[in-house]
Design a binder for this molecule. Structure first.
Ligand SMILES: [Fe+2]
Length: 254
C-alpha cells in the first residue's frame, strides 16, 4: 500500500497554490509502435534500433555511444546503467507487451477469467516500464544538468512544503531507507492543490490518480547493488549528485 510521508503543513498552502487538475503526464519515453511498448532511448551504439532522445533530454549527447552508460560515474556505475536499461527495463517492456497481447486474446474469446488474470501483470510490467522511463529522464551527468539544487518556482514550492531543500533530501532518503523489499520513492504534486509530498510505492506500482510524479528514485537492488552492495544508504545519498532538476521543474510547472 502506498503511504504519504512527512509533508510540512500542506493544507495551509494548498489554497495558495491551487492549480486546476490536469491529466497525468505520460512518460515522454513511453513509446508504442503498432500497439507495442518499446524500450526508451539510451545511448548504445551497439543497438542502433534504440534511439537516443531520452538520453539527449537528460543531458547526454544525441549521438551518444555505449560509453555514455558511464556518464553518471562515479555516482552510478556504467555497468549498473547498462544492465538496468538494456536488461531490467527491457524485461518490463517485454512483459507488458505479452500481457497486452494476452488481454487482447482473452477479449476476443470473451474470456473474463483470462482477462482478469492479466491485471497484476499489466500493473507490474506496465508500471515498471512507466517508472523507469521517468527515472532515466530524472538523471543527468554533472555539468549537463545533473546535480545542484532546484531553482525558481520548484525551489519555492519545496521550501514551502518541506521547509528546505535539505529537508526534502533527508525525508526522501529516510523514505527510501524505509522501503521493505523493492519499490520506489516519489516526489509528487497533488494535481488539485499543487502541493508537494513524498510517497513510496511497492514493487513497480506506478503513481496514478490525483498525484503527478515529479521525481522518482529506484530502490530496487538492481539499481545499486553491483556498486554499493549492502550500503544502499550511500546510493541514496549519491544519486542527488545526478538528479536533473530541469526535468523535475518542467513536470512541476505543467
Ligand atoms: Fe529499476
Amino acid at each position: 500500500m502506498p503511504s504519504t510521508l512527512l509533508r510540512t503543513a500542506p493544507a495551509l498552502r494548498a489554497g495558495l497554490r491551487a492549480r486546476a487538475a490536469k491529466p497525468l503526464a505520460a512518460a515522454a519515453s513511453t513509446g508504442f509502435v503498432r500497439g507495442k511498448a518499446t524500450l526508451p532511448d539510451l545511448p548504445c551504439a551497439a543497438s542502433p534500433s534504440i534511439p537516443h532522445s531520452v538520453w539527449a533530454f537528460a543531458g547526454f549527447s544525441a549521438d551518444a555511444d555505449a560509453d555514455d552508460y558511464g556518464a553518471l560515474e562515479p555516482h552510478i556505475s556504467g555497468q549498473i546503467m547498462e544492465l538496468h536499461h538494456s536488461k531490467h527495463h527491457q524485461t518490463y517492456v517485454n512483459g507488458f507487451n505479452a500481457a497486452v497481447e494476452a488481454l487482447s486474446e482473452a477479449q476476443h474469446k470473451n474470456d473474463s477469467k483470462a482477462a482478469a488474470a492479466q491485471a497484476p501483470l499489466l500493473n507490474f510490467h506496465g508500471g515498471g516500464h512507466v517508472n523507469h522511463s521517468l527515472f532515466w529522464e530524472n538523471l543527468a551527468p554533472n555539468g549537463k544538468g545533473g546535480g545542484g539544487e532546484p531553482e525558481g518556482k520548484l525551489m519555492t514550492a519545496i521550501s514551502e512544503d518541506f521547509g528546505s531543500f535539505d529537508n526534502l533530501k533527508k525525508q526522501t532518503n529516510a523514505a527510501l531507507a524505509g522501503i521493505q523489499g523493492s519499490g520506489w520513492a516519489w516526489l509528487v504534486k497533488d494535481k488539485a492543490s499543487g502541493t508537494l509530498s513524498l510517497v513510496t510505492r511497492a514493487n513497480q506500482d506506478p503513481v496514478t490518480g490525483n498525484l503527478e510524479p515529479l521525481l522518482g528514485i529506484d530502490a530496487w537492488e538492481h539499481a545499486y547493488y553491483l556498486q554499493y552492495q549492502n550500503r544502499k544508504v550511500e546510493y541514496f545519498s549519491a544519486i542527488w549528485n545526478v538528479i536533473n532538476w530541469g526535468t523535475v521543474a518542467k513536470r512541476f510547472e505543467k
